[in-house]
Design a protein around this ligand. Structure first.
Ligand code: MD3
Ligand code: FE
Length: 206
């Protein structure tokens, strides 16, 4: 049952549950070629979430800023291609959320271990802000913080569980959001961690 948490956003509880084992295995294969790493930030901090990417572009951050890059800075190699299982779930979720033409160029894979968090931020490094972001949650549950268009707007809390998918488009696309520190636990599919996939369109289609 789709749930609208905000205008432009659609939550699809359990939408990826049947594909979860395949998605987790594919994420593992990606990480064998492009390892999870803790990125630095322009402010000089190191992120508690470990990240890697698949696709023609990958999200990267260091002292000089946030940006999308075509090669993995750790190896100089292109990011691994987006697996077919990933593309299928992203396309069907985007369609369910009202975006039948979604063509992602990047999947950012976030790995949360106990205590890891993502502070309140906007995703605005993409050149195409008309395209939605599709997210898939796998493994341990997390508390998702969803604010408004201004950093100091009130924040609502949602639980994101294994197999939950969300489509963030329209007025929700530039909302501030984050993840509260992960509570320790063991999930049968991922063990002691949570994985999140975010599918992103970076460049504008002609
Ligand atoms: C709402 N990831 O990678 S997914 C991120 O669980 C990120 O790892 C979180 O925020 C995670 O940038 C949250 C849900 C999500 C992703 C992107 C959004 C919600 C969003 C972009 C705009 C609005
Ligand atoms: Fe985000």
């Amino acid at each position: 049952t789709p749930v609208p948490p905000a205008p432009g956003a659609v939550l699809l509880p359990g939408f990826a549950r049947a594909d979860a084992d395949a998605l987790i295995a594919d994420a593992g294969s990606i990480a064998m070629r492009a390892a999870f790493r803790h990125l630095g930030t322009p402010g000089g901090a190191v992120m508690s979430v470990a990240m890697t990417n698949a696709g023609s572009l990958g999200w990267h951050s260091d002292r000089s800023g946030y940006r999308y890059v075509a090669a993995d800075p750790l190896t100089g190699l292109p990011w691994p291609p987006i697996p077919a299982t990933f593309l299928r779930i992203a396309a069907s979720a985007a369609e369910a959320g009202g975006f039948p033409q979604f063509a992602p160029e990047c999947v950012l894979i976030n790995r949360y271990e106990p205590g890891a968090r993502l502070s309140l931020h906007q995703d605005r490094d993409e050149g195409d802000l008309d395209a939605p972001i599709v997210s898939v949650s796998l493994g341990l549950p997390a508390v998702f913080l969803f604010g408004g268009l201004r950093r100091d707007d009130p924040v609502r809390r949602f639980r994101l569980s294994h197999g939950d998918v969300a489509v963030w488009g329209g007025p929700a696309r530039l909302a501030f959001h984050g993840i509260a520190p992960l509570k320790p636990g063991i999930h049968p599919a991922t063990g002691a961690c949570r994985l999140n996939l975010t599918f992103r369109r970076v460049s504008r289609l002609p």
